[in-house]
Design a binder for this molecule. Sequence first.
Ligand code: ZN
Length: 287
Amino acid sequence: MSHTPDVFKGYNAKQLLDASYLPWETIEEDKTVAVRHHECLDTGAADHKERLYITNKGGTFLFHCFNCGAKGVYTPKELPYGLIHKVIDTGSEDTTAYNYGKVHKDFCNAYDNKDDDIPLWLLEHDFGKEEVRFFNIAYDKRGIYLPVFDDVISHLKGIQIRNFSGKPKYSTYMMTRDTPKGMHLRQTEMFVPQPPLFITEDILSAYKLYSAGADVFALMGTSGLPSGLPNERVVLWLDDDFAGHKGALELYKNLKVVYPSLTAVFMQEPKTMPIEELKNIVTVRGS
Ligand SMILES: [Zn+2]
């Protein structure tokens, strides 16, 4: 009466792992653990002998229960997923990590269920599969999950969700209550000369200018001045309603003090422009 199941994959595989052994993600590479399969599929023969084997093969988790025959494979999605877990684990006793508890489940589900249908909003801004993967963007019914990086792509400091419902348009979750908003991304390849720093309002614009070769700082609003960044050329690129934007001129004045070489760009948002055009602008400004 044994009903050998299909191979578990994706979310189903993760559920089985979660239910059987936490924290399975901490199993070291090339190591195997044997645990009790609490939910053996063949209910007539419960597993009392730790016959569920879980192996980490280069970051992919393979499992096989020799009691009920359940087997499967699970590959956690890229970086932020693991980092979020780490934050939850270390931050659970830390009340300052307050936002992550709320967003944690949604976030993990969004990454687990990431399908091939890239939301229109991303496609409209030239974000295809490759870009989605590179910046670790995820999406679900609620919206689009934009990682907020700190200096380099491997440092996550928060997540901003661009909600589909539009109210509010963005929800922002920083690592702790005290983590300042704003995303800085620096080119890590050797550039001669040093690329210019572009300051934008939104994350997607910053992603895009970064792809075009610039260092970027996304204000995630119109305040929160970056300081102490070494770039010699700094370009402020706010949305094209700059002139009418209350406070934007103030920002320009303040940044001008921090960055004497500051220039300002007044045109459509970077995220709406073709990447080739941005490359030209970044090169011209930087030369
Ligand atoms: Zn089993």
